[in-house]
Ligand binder design. Structure first.
Ligand code: MN
Length: 469
């Protein structure tokens, strides 16, 4: 039987032969799983969102809280503390003034008197995970976790994250997934269709919480997988895994509605401590660089990420913050400050330079809604992956995941929501994907055509065709 090291050598030989000498990243067709999606939806319908309507004045593109525009670090931190303190005292007031009329109050777990800490070993995690798949229902349905269970799971996950570096090194094969955003039924669908850990390895690119209404179920189930199979599930941090963001976009409110005070505050704070320990970037087989947002002007080498020591509390500037917030932009060549109020936007030339400097062949990132679930940029050197189909029930976008096999051959899987012409739209775009462009101008046109947006600030590639850099 081959030893681990000889297998490693063999892998490296394959790596050298198939990857380094030829084109390393081969992007195959987009395989559509809409049929399976439809048949699955008989048992698990995509999440129906009955909740908050987005205000027209609040576009999907989130901005950082006002304190991030302050130049003084101490001041920023103290105003963040104030924000959190105000949030907690406001919630406490609401509780004591008997605001039972608030949405979701019927779900409050009232067993606080028996709320004592439990050990993670007392939870049968495989059985606990199975429960998530046992009674799938359309729409928002709660798993009714006990507060003590949540604390034990978050604590255990925090320890696993803390044992990982800020930059992960992941071996293929792996499936790379983008934003989940609390769309629990869609997450279940994806795991059922692509395989569950440990038989399938996953790398998630962050943004598990906020927006959708089942953030808690999404992050708890993924944390359970992480605890059980730390080398089969990798969870990168997204910009929503930051206190200043998830206090405003749904996660804090969800926890607050599900647990009585003071358990809800403790749980929310514990989540923030776990998020601060999450890794921020990953390299798959030294060739695919992955992060939530994008690149940073101060990223010179991968050691710049490696040497950032966790916990990373409230990152607001520098390489970590930039990687959580940045976006590619086909209208510029280099850098510009981001309209999100945090991080930068970067152009095609930046992607080319970074790939060359770091010896990377593909950058995968999430963070932006794509109509097809994915969007390619900079002559296929950068790919956006978005895994929340029918985002917030406001869009008819597909979700996607990128399957990377052991030889770094990549295949996109798109989860297509039902609706007229959606399948045909994906087929048409797929044809562009299948004919590799040779001319850089054609490459721009093909790349851009994947991401014609529907008007949201967070839709990738909605801008006109770029000028060649
Ligand atoms: Mn994001």
């Amino acid at each position: 039987m081959a030893s681990a090291s000889s297998r490693q050598v063999k892998r490296n030989q394959i790596f050298t032969k198939d990857v380094r000498k030829q084109r390393a990243i081969s992007l195959k067709d987009v395989s559509m799983r809409s049929e399976q999606m439809t048949s699955m939806s008989k048992s698990i319908a995509p999440t129906q969102y009955s909740g908050r309507k987005m205000e027209p004045s609040a576009p999907l593109m989130e901005k950082t809280c006002p304190e991030s525009s302050s130049p003084d670090r101490k001041q920023r931190h103290s105003s963040l503390k104030d924000t959190i303190k105000n949030f907690i005292s406001r919630r406490a007031q609401e509780r004591t003034s008997g605001a039972e009329g608030r949405g979701g109050i019927s779900n409050v777990n009232l067993d606080s008197e028996a709320d004592v800490d439990i050990n993670i070993d007392s939870i049968d995690l495989p059985k606990f995970i199975d429960k998530h798949f046992a009674k799938p229902q359309p729409g928002v349905h709660r798993m009714n976790y006990k507060a003590a269970e949540v604390r034990a799971i978050v604590n255990a996950a925090m320890k696993v994250f803390a044992s990982e570096g800020t930059l992960l090194e992941v071996r293929a094969p792996v499936i790379i997934c983008g934003d989940v955003h609390g769309q629990f039924n869609d997450l279940l669908n994806m795991l059922l269709l692509l395989g569950t850990p440990p038989s399938t390895r996953y790398l998630f690119l962050g943004d598990y919480v906020d927006r959708g209404q089942m953030s808690l179920e999404c992050i708890i189930m993924l944390m359970c997988y992480k605890i059980l199979y730390p080398n089969c599930v990798y969870l990168l941090r997204g910009n929503h895994e930051c206190a200043r963001v998830n206090t405003k976009y749904g996660f804090a409110e969800e926890i607050d509605n599900l647990f009585p005070m003071p358990a809800s505050n403790n749980i929310w704070c514990l989540f923030q401590r776990a998020f601060n320990q999450m890794p921020v970037a990953a390299v798959v087989d030294e060739k695919i660089l992955c992060m939530h947002g994008g690149l940073s002007p101060v990223l010179d080498s991968l050691d710049d990420i490696r040497c950032e020591k966790k916990p990373l509390r409230n990152p607001f500037k520098g390489v970590i913050n930039d990687m959580l917030w940045a976006d590619p932009d086909c209208n510029i060549c280099f850098w510009r400050a981001s309209a999100r109020g945090s991080g930068f936007v970067f152009g095609e030339q930046v992607v080319k330079d970074v790939c060359q400097r770091l010896g990377i062949e593909l950058i995968t990132r999430a963070h932006q809604l794509c109509v097809d679930g994915f969007w390619v940029f900079a002559q296929r050197r950068l790919m956006t992956i978005f895994s929340a189909p029918a985002y917030c029930n406001l869009f008819r976008n597909a979700g996607a995941a990128l399957k990377v096999d052991a030889n770094l051959h990549c295949q996109l899987v798109a989860f297509v929501p039902g609706g007229p012409n959606v399948q045909q739209m994906i087929v048409d775009r797929n044809q562009l994907w299948e004919s590799p462009p040779t001319d850089p101008n054609v490459a721009n046109a093909a790349g851009n055509s994947f991401g014609k947006g529907s008007g949201s600030g967070e839709v990738a590639g909605e801008k006109p065709l770029p000028q060649p850099c």
